[in-house]
Design a protein around this ligand. Structure first.
Ligand code: HEC
Ligand code: HEC
Length: 332
């Protein structure tokens, strides 16, 4: 009986369309694994905090304001808008799949998501609050205090708990199962001929030297303008701001190309409005190669096949403020 079932299974695999039958392909890019949620209660609390504008001085700006999960985890602006409508200095990168990056921020100045999450709350150009004031607000809301107590076993809140919870939520923000991932797993029909030609070009012309791994990026810091210098009005100097080394000027964390169809505009200064423009610039500045319009279209078709399943969840309902909660200062 057992033998028959096994031979039947093998027979089906051989006869049917070769979906997944040949296993993962040997490519410099790997499929994104689905999120493994180790602590669902902590991730749930982190989701509330991610959406809570009361972590900002104005009571109006949340993480989701600049990393909108309805728009690929970005704000789709050249540079972000901070407290008091301040013009931000740099483009907001996506939070989707950011747990797969070797470090956080364009210059990698935060080692991981937990270290990153404390930054924007206290950044005067972003949420313009302090960690103490943010904790004061959360501590005045009984709905939060009891949830923190359940998750951390402690009703005295601190910023470490807040950043742990936000990081736990962000780790769930992965986007598996894009058409390209289906192709990587063996489904020959998952990509159009145009997208497949674009991937071959992406590999053969050397894009993959920098955009590799499951995130097609996030594995190294690289110079922007290898063959030809990049002209920008932005003050950002890249990795040199962290290392102090002149050699690291205009070196940035290679951004992920996952969901890049959703995360326009492109580059750290947001100056490339379209994918076509970004691909053309990358070809010329990084590889010294001028692509034809047809080649650009092929690479863009490939890049669009990197849009994965977006995180799906219920919009969190936040516990209400109380008479003790300090009032927001939207115009201060
Ligand atoms: C006012 C807009 C704004 C707000 C609010 C904001 N961010 Fe960001 N975020 C940015 C910008 C801009 C960057 C890039 C800064 C840099 O690299 O110097 C960034 C970078 C990041 C990164 C790094 C991603 C990567 O690949 O390098 C993560 C993660 C992140 N933010 C999460 C958060 C979280 C969590 C919050 C809420 C606590 C938050 N952000 C609030 C604009 C914002
Ligand atoms: C030498 C390393 C390197 C090579 C080769 C390279 N890139 Fe990049 N790529 C980068 C870096 C670094 C950035 C960020 C530059 C910046 O923001 O100033 C980037 C940014 C991008 C972006 C914008 C992503 C975003 O979210 O802003 C796209 C799209 C892109 N590259 C596609 C490509 C393509 C297509 C090729 C091949 C033609 C390629 N890259 C070759 C390093 C490289």
């Amino acid at each position: 009986m057992k033998m028959t079932l096994t031979s039947l299974a093998v027979g089906l695999l051989l006869a049917g369309p070769a979906v997944y039958a040949q296993g993962p392909r040997n490519e410099p890019v790997q499929p994104i694994p689905a999120a493994e949620v180790s602590d669902a209660a902590m991730a749930e609390l982190g989701k509330k905090l991610f959406f809570d504008p009361r972590l900002s001085r104005s009571g109006f700006i949340s993480c989701n304001s600049c990393h909108n999960l309805s728009m690929g985890g970005t704000d789709n602006l050249k540079t972000s808008i901070g407290h008091n409508w301040q013009q931000g200095p740099i483009n907001s990168p996506t939070v989707l799949n950011s747990s797969l990056n070797l470090a956080q921020f364009w210059d990698g100045r935060a080692a991981d998501l937990k270290e990153q999450a404390g930054g924007p709350i206290a950044n005067p150009g972003e949420m313009a609050f302090t960690h103490e004031l943010a904790i004061g607000v959360l501590q005045s809301i009984p709905g939060y205090v009891s949830e923190f107590e359940t998750v951390f076993g402690q009703s005295e809140l601190d910023i470490d708990m807040v950043t742990d919870a936000i990081a736990a939520f962000e780790e769930t923000l992965v986007t598996p199962d894009s058409p390209f991932d289906q192709w990587l797993k063996g489904d020959d029909n998952a990509l159009s001929a145009q997208a497949l030609a674009g991937y071959q070009l992406f590999k053969q012309s050397g894009c993959v030297a920098c955009h590799n791994g499951p995130n097609l990026g996030g594995t190294s810091f690289q110079k922007m303008g290898v063959v030809e210098p990049y002209q920008s009005d932005s003050d950002a100097i890249g990795r040199a701001a962290v290392t102090g080394k002149d050699a690291d000027r205009f070196t940035f964390k290679v951004p992920t190309l996952r969901n890049v169809e959703l995360t326009y505009p492109y580059f750290h200064d947001g100056e490339a409005a379209t994918l076509e423009e970004a691909v053309d610039i990358m070809g010329r500045l990084q590889l010294g190669r001028v692509y034809s319009n047809q080649e650009v279209s092929q690479i863009v078709a490939f890049l669009k096949s990197l849009t994965g399943e977006q995180p799906r969840f219920e919009l969190p309902i936040l516990p209400p403020s109380t008479n003790q909660t300090p009032a927001p200062e939207p115009f201060g």
